[in-house]
Design a protein around this ligand. Structure first.
Ligand code: SAH
Length: 250
């Protein structure tokens, strides 16, 4: 029996899908894409006659029904999701529903938007001795966030943070970051539609970013990046230090 192919579309730029994802997409008979976030330019890769569904207008049952029908008709079905499906991708509920029908699946990863955004800024999340961890999180919206994962509690770590799905409440995010221990001078950036043609970058500190973001009219499809990795301080890595010997460089 055919499997469902989950494919990460990448952050926006249609060339940022993997080669494997591109092949699956171009061979697909049925594509269900997340129309609210996937760049429609990616659909140019679909073959003629490919049946295309926009999941923005569908509920879980309808999505699974299209998948079931496709598989039964022995068609190649691609579920195209924005960025990578392992980050806020709602893939679990889809595969659990497929399992009930004994339908298998495979996954082809995508470039998540938090990587598109760091490339847009040309920065490293893990600057030696400044931060060696990245926290990916969100503020609660209609989807709750477990209390032990509050923005304040993560802010205590003072490491690199990427906050999804929260730019519409930038003011609240900022106060909670400050409550957690960041100073008002901490650098912060907001990247809207990273890697799309409409990409916008807003940089500032915790004191002024909310106003800047509002001035730009950004209230969705953006990431908030915060931490000293965006600041002036940095250190050289040991890896490329002339004096640092290792397996490959004696
Ligand atoms: N699976 C996706 C995230 C889906 S959740 C991924 O890996 O990127 C949707 C949220 O992701 C948006 O609200 C926004 O916060 C962020 N997002 C998705 N694409 C983006 C882009 N190109 N630029 C900035 N943020 C983006």
């Amino acid at each position: 029996m055919m499997k469902i192919h989950f494919v990460g579309a990448g952050p926006g730029d249609k060339e940022l899908i993997t080669l494997k994802g591109y092949k699956l997409l171009s061979e697909a008979d049925v594509v269900i894409y997340a129309g609210s976030l996937v760049n429609p330019e990616l659909l140019e890769y679909c073959k003629e006659g490919c049946e295309i569904h926009n999941s923005a207008y569908m509920d879980l049952g309808e999505i699974v029904d299209v998948m079931k029908k496709g598989v039964k008709e022995n068609k190649s079905v691609v579920r195209l999701q924005t960025g990578d499906f392992s980050i806020y991708g709602s893939i679990r509920e889809q595969v659990e529903e497929l399992a009930k029908e004994d339908i298998g699946y495979d996954c082809t990863p995508g470039v998540s938007s938090f990587l598109g955004a760091s490339s847009a800024l040309g920065v490293e999340y893990t600057v030696p001795e400044i931060s060696q961890s990245v926290i990916i999180t969100r503020m609660e919206g209609r989807t709750p966030v477990p209390e032990k994962e509050s923005i304040e509690s993560f802010a205590k770590h003072q490491t690199s943070m990427v906050i999804f799905l929260s730019v519409q409440e930038i003011g609240k995010v900022v106060s909670r970051l400050i409550e957690g221990g960041y100073t008002e001078e901490t650098p912060i950036a907001v990247v809207y539609k990273a890697t799309w043609k409409e990409e916008k970058i807003v940089k500032g500190n915790l004191k002024n970013i909310a106003d800047k973001v509002k001035e730009e009219g950004i209230n969705k499809t953006a990431l908030i990046m915060v931490g000293e990795f965006l600041g002036k301080e940095y250190n050289y890595s040991k890896l490329y230090d002339k004096e640092f010997k290792h397996e490959y460089r004696k």
